[in-house]
Write a protein that binds this ligand. Sequence first.
Ligand code: MN
Length: 459
Amino acid sequence: MKADTLRTWLNYLRTTDRLAVIDRRVSLEYELAAVAKHFDGKKAALFTNVEDYEIPVVAGAASTRQMFAEACETTDYGLVQKFAEAAENPRPCLPVDRSAAPVKENVILKDIDLMETLPIPVHHEEDAGNYITAGLFIVRDPETRKQNVSIHRLQVAGKDKFTALILARHTHHLHRQAEERGEPLECAIVVGADPVTMLASQASTPFGVDEMEIASALREKPLPVVRCETVDIDVPAHAEIVIEARILPHVREPEGPFGEFPKYYGPRSDKEVVQVSAITHRNNPIFHTIIPAGYEHLLLGSIPREASLIDMVRQTVPTVRAVHMTPGGTCRYHAVISIKKTAEGQGKNAIFAAFANTFDIKHVFVVDEDVNIFDPEEVEWALATRFQAERDLIVVHGAEGSKLDPSADKGVSSKMGFDCTIPLDSEPFKYRRIKIPGYEEIELEDYLSSNQTAFDFGE
Ligand code: MN
């Protein structure tokens, strides 16, 4: 497949004119991120001349919905459904020998110096330092031996350690259990994974599901994995770079501030410390960075959330057509839901289902199936012409929201739902969309004069 590895994927982007190679020397601090952000949502940016580093940096490896769909060998419209099916049906990975694992081509066990070895950028103005933003963070449950994969921001906090933001989810749970035993939690940080594995890592799953097994399901063939050198963790064998480490028990050091997905800074506070024990990498490795709040970051968040959301809405409104977590809503706070309404009141039930899906969802817009939910102008038009606050608005105060939403009160948030569906008993002509017959079929070239300057306007 196109996205077997990061390299096969970048090659594919190059053949389809979606890889920008930047060979002018750039600074690791701000300049790399500034240039990369200009390519965000258009092309992957490959920096081949980053300060004094030999290692190139790629940003925006997949920064459009279309790119993620192509990586998953499906269409824009099939992507969320394919992801939902993979998340429901994980497949085992394929353990391989070290000799079959390119990530073992170079093994560094002593004198570890993160900044000496790796071009780890500084992204935003108020960021506390150099951050790994595209690291798959893998840990193992010692009881079940199941692994967990997620992405945590990692601030370089010394030659061989990071401080990490580990929110209260699966990694956090396993770390707290290890901490109660007074033990460190072994981990591996994978930099330079293929976009399918990156996407799978963001699945909303119950505790105990290995996200790399979801990657295997999405790939429709097992992801080859190899055991680490100094920790009992399996990592993708074709990863560019793997950092082996341990989260220390009962140690906390300052981390942040850091520019986050809502386009505001997450604050500085004492966080977990990750002590590095080894680095392995391919020959001529490529370092991957995600520009925070860029489309790569937002889409990695939204596609798996949409898969979970559509499943949830379908339980109450079986005729749900599609859902979209919009970029303007940080791909987390705003959900647009398209339904084919068959009974009055379904618009409101879809709103309740969305609120119940995740605490992040703050504003929900439900529209009829004729509205293109990927076009913000269409959604606004439905709000403008099919919605009346008196009958179509739901407001709930004091619910749990996102702690990263600065307008929420320590994560306590109001929620609003907009039912923009047409009442079923309305007079049909009132809501009939205007249409010019034949518009869709017009091929403009057929109508253009071959000589565009031939017409004489006269004097
Ligand atoms: Mn998990």
